[in-house]
Design a protein around this ligand. Structure first.
Ligand code: HEM
Length: 182
């Protein structure tokens, strides 16, 4: 049985200056390591209303040349009070030479995305390579995700979406701050 108290022999690191040392191929993305939180807005032509949300995003690594990515969001009202849980996703960003990135991201809404792109100058730009859908998932044909480190503690995020018959266009943007300590 899984022993919750057992210390994992290969824990993930949330910072570049803690063990294990980041793999050399992580160099273009070490600035992303850690936990980020902040607020964002979203809309889509098929939705009656815009929405505001709060999000927590974590990037970690275990010394190998990939990041573990985890994000969860919840809808908030105008005062910032949580209204209901929203999107969750997790995945792996496989770093290649020259800052190329191959990402695999899955969502509980039945969507599995494979994205390719690049990391350079404090920014990551990922676009759909393939999308796989479970039989009951909404139709998603493409996404584009852009992350920009505006300084070492501030991460801007924009997510474009092609879904339910609509062309690729704005779905979300958020302004995230690094959580203290990581
Ligand atoms: C921070 C992350 C996200 C938030 C807060 C968010 C929020 C929302 C909200 C509030 C809706 C309206 C339906 C509802 O109330 O549930 C929606 C619809 C939708 N979202 Fe997102 N979303 C996020 C990420 C994503 C991602 C990553 C994808 C796909 C890759 C996606 C694809 C869609 C689709 C396909 C719809 C349905 C549109 C329609 O049927 O008209 N969303 N989203």
């Amino acid at each position: 049985m899984f022993d919750r108290d057992r210390k994992h022999p290969y824990p993930d690191a949330l910072r570049a200056d803690e063990a294990p040392a980041p793999h050399a191929l992580l160099a273009p993305v070490t600035g992303l390591l850690g936990t980020w939180t902040g607020r964002g807005h979203g809309s889509y032509p098929t939705l009656a209303e815009e929405f505001a949300y709060e999000q927590e995003v974590t990037f970690s690594h275990d010394g190998r040349p990939f990041l573990h990515y985890e994000a969860r969001a919840w809808i908030i009202d105008a005062d910032g009070t949580p209204m209901r849980p929203a999107a969750r996703e997790s995945g792996w960003w496989r770093m290649q030479p020259d800052g190329r990135v191959e990402a695999l991201i899955t969502q509980p809404t039945g969507i599995a995305e494979i994205l390719v792109g690049g990391a350079a100058d404090g920014g990551v730009d990922l676009a759909t390579h393939q999308v796989a859908l479970t039989p009951t998932a909404k139709e998603v044909t493409a996404t584009r995700r852009r992350y920009t480190l505006t300084d070492e503690d501030t991460l801007d995020f924009r997510h474009d979406l092609a879904a339910v018959g609509q062309p690729l266009q704005y779905h979300l943007s958020a302004h995230l701050r690094r959580q203290n300590g990581n």
